[in-house]
Unconditional design. Structure first.
Length: 263
């Protein structure tokens, strides 16, 4: 399935819809793989709800990934490397690339697109999810599942990353946690939860990002409601893995990925 920048714009606007309460003002960012060498990422200072193609920049993977292996000694050096990775419009095949500054989170977008071999990323700060991630309930919410469709769309568990300074420090912490998850489960996560920060959905289509985000928010609301009535109950681990590996649920998950929900 081939995607272009307009798909990323539509997905980003959908995530930024005010009624959903996923982000406000300049919160959140998204990205899309162009090819093995380049990706689009939201530019700094743009709002997701009304973003256009000029709100994204094309960036080279290599310089961003190199910073994770050899972090710059100063913020000035880091900014210079990041800006040097931005591809001018004529080099990216049109006016999309621009010369604006990429989101401060550009390094984790580069890392996740490459390490997890996905095509789209959606990073948001839903109020319902952050109510949990800013509490002692964060680990239970990330590592346990409450109902079947949460398992089907968000995976058997989420990666939980401790708070880190947004930007390169967060990307480095996240890379460690994501690689540990992939080593244990032999596949990439669908959902990453960042303590005191927000959530990240990973997928191969805009629809998958939108579905994961919506289901994570529903799970957060259910979790919060269960806390108000007593304490949450969880699906047993064996049931979680049974649901996740059921052939009919795998088929249904593929349909959710292919459905064009971003338009």
């Amino acid at each position: 399935m081939t995607h272009n920048l307009s798909d990323l714009v539509a997905m980003t606007r959908a995530l930024g819809e005010p009624a959903l309460d996923y982000v406000i003002i300049g919160e959140g960012n998204t990205s899309m793989r162009i090819d093995d060498e380049r990706f689009y990422v939201k530019a700094s200072g743009h709002q997701m709800r009304n973003i256009g193609e000029d709100g994204f920049v094309a960036v080279r993977f290599a310089p961003m990934l190199a910073m994770l292996d050899e972090p710059p000694r100063t913020m000035t050096e880091q900014k210079a490397i990041t800006q040097s990775a931005v591809i001018p419009p004529d080099a990216s095949g049109g006016t999309e690339g621009g010369l604006a500054s990429p989101s401060i989170e550009v390094s984790f977008h580069a890392m996740l697109l490459k390490d997890c071999d996905v095509k789209f990323i959606g990073h948001t700060h839903p109020t319902a999810v952050n109510q949990i991630l800013c509490s002692e309930q964060a680990a239970d919410f990330a590592l346990k599942r409450r109902f079947p469709d949460e398992v089907v769309l968000c995976g058997p568990r989420s990666v939980l990353a401790p708070y880190a300074d947004p930007g390169l420090p967060l990307a480095m912490v996240m890379r460690e946690r994501v690689r540990a998850y992939m080593e244990e489960h032999s596949e990439a996560p669908k959902l990453i939860l960042l303590e005191n920060h927000g959530m990240i959905a990973l997928g191969d289509t805009p629809s998958e990002i939108l579905h994961i985000t919506a289901m994570a928010v529903k799970a957060a609301r259910i979790h919060l409601g269960a806390l108000q009535t007593g304490s949450p109950t969880y699906l047993p681990d064996e049931e979680v893995w049974h649901l996740y590996r059921r052939p009919d649920e795998i088929f249904r998950r593929k349909l959710f990925v292919e459905d064009d929900a971003s338009g």
